[in-house]
Ligand binder design. Structure first.
Ligand code: RB5
Length: 148
């Protein structure tokens, strides 16, 4: 798979670890950041989303301090299903049931070993389709339309 990965300053160390230890066999596009100088997580999320939406990446991994801001930022774009995960059961179900195409992790939450495990599980798990496809489809039409 082609994987776009990005982090802000709070996730830069975990990003380096994952790139070295959890993504072998995949083509990886690193959108940055590469130092501890502060950057704004919505800008990093946008760069990863752009690659996915342009068909230049199949999936994305985004890392900030908690994984929360990245999921909020990425999830605003059509076609992006971003899941913040702190353990592997949710990571697996985010693929099987939600067809998550972006995994968000917290560099200040997770140890390197657990993060590595979560990534491996998330990359390997398939989307189950069926009834879940109906539900995922409703995400794109805002589950029935705008709320006024
Ligand atoms: C940066 O200090 C921090 O707010 C950011 O990495 C992230 O955790 C936001 O959700």
């Amino acid at each position: 798979m082609k994987i776009a990965i990005g982090a802000d300053h709070a996730g830069v160390e975990l990003k380096a670890h994952l790139m070295a230890r959890a993504l072998e066999g995949h083509t990886v596009v690193d959108v940055g950041t590469t130092s501890s100088d502060p950057v704004d997580y919505p800008d990093v999320a946008r760069a990863v989303v752009k690659l996915i939406r342009h068909g230049e990446a199949d999936r994305g991994i985004l890392i900030c301090g908690t994984g929360i801001g990245m999921a909020m930022a990425a999830g605003k774009y059509p076609g992006i299903r971003a899941a913040t995960c702190t353990e592997s059961f949710s990571a697996e179900l985010s693929r099987r049931h939600n067809d998550a195409n972006v995994l968000c992790l917290g560099g200040r939450v997770l140890g390197a070993g657990l993060a590595e495990h979560i990534v491996r599980v998330w990359l390997a798990a398939p989307f189950e389709g069926g009834r879940h496809a109906t539900r995922v489809g409703k995400l794109e039409d805002r589950a029935g339309g705008e709320i006024h």
